[in-house]
Write a protein that binds this ligand. Structure first.
Ligand SMILES: Nc1ncnc2c1ncn2[C@@H]1O[C@H](COP(=O)(O)OP(=O)(O)OP(=O)(O)O)[C@@H](O)[C@H]1O
Ligand SMILES: [Mg+2]
Length: 501
């Protein structure tokens, strides 16, 4: 909610509705004084009348201070961010700074400034002001958690015609907040939060963050174009559906399950999603979490507009299923994806799922959760049931279309190359991951050498696969059975059983 204070005071001139009536009044007084009062006293009286009755501009002023008590005034920050995009050459002094983790410089005003703006035909004048404080006041810097001494009071004055007050409050201020959010989102550095052991917290795990430098984007991902568009549209729909989620009474979260063989781009897709949405990633390494209570603490310390990632869910930790853990209270089943738990591991799949579906998702907004696995069929059914993961995305082996994208990003080849025919035939007849091909394309600066190397690599892999499958057939084993359930090698895309909410 925005708290507003106006600084305009009722003036004597407000007694008169127009400038014309004030002027008429002054002329009348002057005529009377001319007849009865000596010249010197006349001037004195007229000065007083002018002082109190001079026509005042019909303006309102909003004051936006930097602090509201001890807290930061978000409107001040929004105004500062917004106005820095309106800086004209006439501004003489600016402060610029860059912290270690920033990608660009931050611009701030260095002296009192006036900046004009217009919004739907309303003329607005901003004034940046600061005053020396008699006594410095302490505050905590929200970025660094350091205690800072403020020796000056900084604020903005926003002046406009009085009759535009409603438009300014109801439309211009929300517009300014939204613009500032967009500007900040564009400049935002995506962070990767990983688990670290904090010795000063009794050895418990805490989040530690670094800038996410992963350059993966949707443009560089070798995927079927239509499926890629499907994922982008899904993300766009998710972020703009705040009111929808509220209306239907659902927590504003979305779950994705990425599955497929190693090196097909599951982690790259996560990075592409984070870079696209500018959401931070929380990489939850389950093997480092011992108890449900630790998990809860960690999840509650994740921020809004973030992606919680649990990679290799089938093998990162043995997660006993809900039924067995609730009945026996101890650790559990053998079988696919289940091995014996270490004794001190009091961590359950139900703990994870309950918390994610329940309290965690209702405690924040715009949460995305992504599980990845190489073996979807080994996952606990509790994870796969409809409604749990909203979209199942199958990342599969390289297609010809994917190969074309890789050669354009890695080798800048957009047209044809003499090796393409042979490579495409080889790719169509075998299972090769984008990671393997990408690795070959990086072998040389020279495109011809890289592509010739790729042909050799693919031929070699093909003959290896063929001789392996021959020897397996000799032992009566179907090589398809050893392929982690990967059926065929269709393009990367959504499963037929994808669940859409
Ligand atoms: N679909 C793809 N498009 C473009 N590059 C890809 C793709 N898949 C893999 N790569 C390349 O291969 C590397 C490894 O891929 P990535 O780590 O995303 O695979 P993964 O599916 O997560 O594998 P794993 O199952 O082993 O975790 C990436 O850094 C990227 O360079
Ligand atoms: Mg991965």
């Amino acid at each position: 909610m925005v708290v507003i204070s106006f600084s305009s005071m009722p003036s004597a001139s407000s007694i008169f509705s127009t400038y014309a009536s004030i002027s008429a009044f002054i002329m009348l007084v002057q005529t009377i004084l001319n007849q009865f009062v000596p010249r010197q006293i006349q001037n004195h009286i007229l000065n007083i009348i002018h002082y109190y009755f001079k026509p005042k501009p019909n303006k309102s002023t909003i004051i936006i201070e930097e602090r509201d008590g001890m807290s930061t005034n978000e409107l001040f920050n929004a105004a500062e961010t917004y106005l820095c995009t309106k800086i004209r050459p006439n501004i003489e002094r600016l402060k610029i700074s860059k912290r270690h983790k920033d990608t660009g410089v931050t611009i701030k005003f260095a002296q009192c400034e006036r900046i004009a703006d217009t919004f739907e035909d309303v003329n607005l004048e901003w004034r940046f002001m600061f005053e020396e404080r008699k006594k410095s006041s302490k505050r905590i810097d929200e970025d660094t958690d350091d205690i800072v001494l403020d020796s000056e009071k900084r604020y903005f004055e926003l002046c406009f015609e009085k009759n535009c007050k409603e438009k300014v409050l109801d439309s211009y201020i929300p517009y300014l907040i939204e613009r500032a959010q967009t500007i900040r989102a564009e400049k935002k550095v995506v962070k990767l939060h990983t688990l670290a052991c904090a010795s000063n917290y009794g050895g418990s795990v805490v989040w530690d963050s670094i800038n996410l430098e992963h350059p993966s984007t949707f443009e560089t991902l070798a995927m079927d174009a239509e499926k890629k568009k499907g994922i982008i549209d899904d993300l766009d729909r998710f972020v703009r559906r705040k009111d929808f989620y509220r209306k239907v009474g659902r927590a504003w979260k979305r779950g994705y399950l990425l599955y497929g063989p190693p090196g097909t781009g599951k982690s790259s897709l996560i990075a592409a999603m984070a870079n696209y949405l500018k959401f931070d990633i929380y990489d939850l390494e389950l093997t480092n979490v011992r108890r449900d209570s630790d998990l809860r603490k960690l999840l509650l310390r994740t921020a809004n507009r973030s992606i919680l990632v649990i990679e290799d869910i089938d093998c990162s930790v043995d997660l006993p299923d809900r039924r067995k853990s609730s009945k026996t209270g101890k650790d559990f089943a053998d079988g696919p994806g289940h091995c014996h738990h270490p004794r001190d591991q009091q961590f359950t799949l139900s703990g994870l799922l309950n918390f994610i579906d329940g309290l965690w998702s209702s405690c924040g907004d715009e949460r995305i959760i992504i599980f990845t696995t190489n073996n979807k069929e080994k996952l606990d059914p509790a994870l796969l049931r409809p409604g749990r993961m909203d979209m199942h995305i199958h990342m599969s082996y390289l297609t010809v279309e994917g190969f074309k994208l890789l050669t354009s990003t890695y080798l800048n080849i957009t047209g044809h190359h003499r090796c393409f025919g042979e490579i495409e035939e080889l790719i169509e007849g075998m299972k090769v991951s984008p990671a393997e091909v990408a690795e070959e394309l990086m072998q040389s600066d020279d495109a011809d050498t890289s592509l010739e190397g790729l042909v050799d690599f693919l031929k070699c892999k093909k003959s290896l696969v063929e001789s392996n499958s021959l020897s397996l057939k000799g032992k009566g084993i179907d090589s398809e059975d050893l392929d982690g359930g990967e059926k065929g090698k269709g393009v990367v895309g959504c499963d037929e059983s994808d669940v859409e909410v």
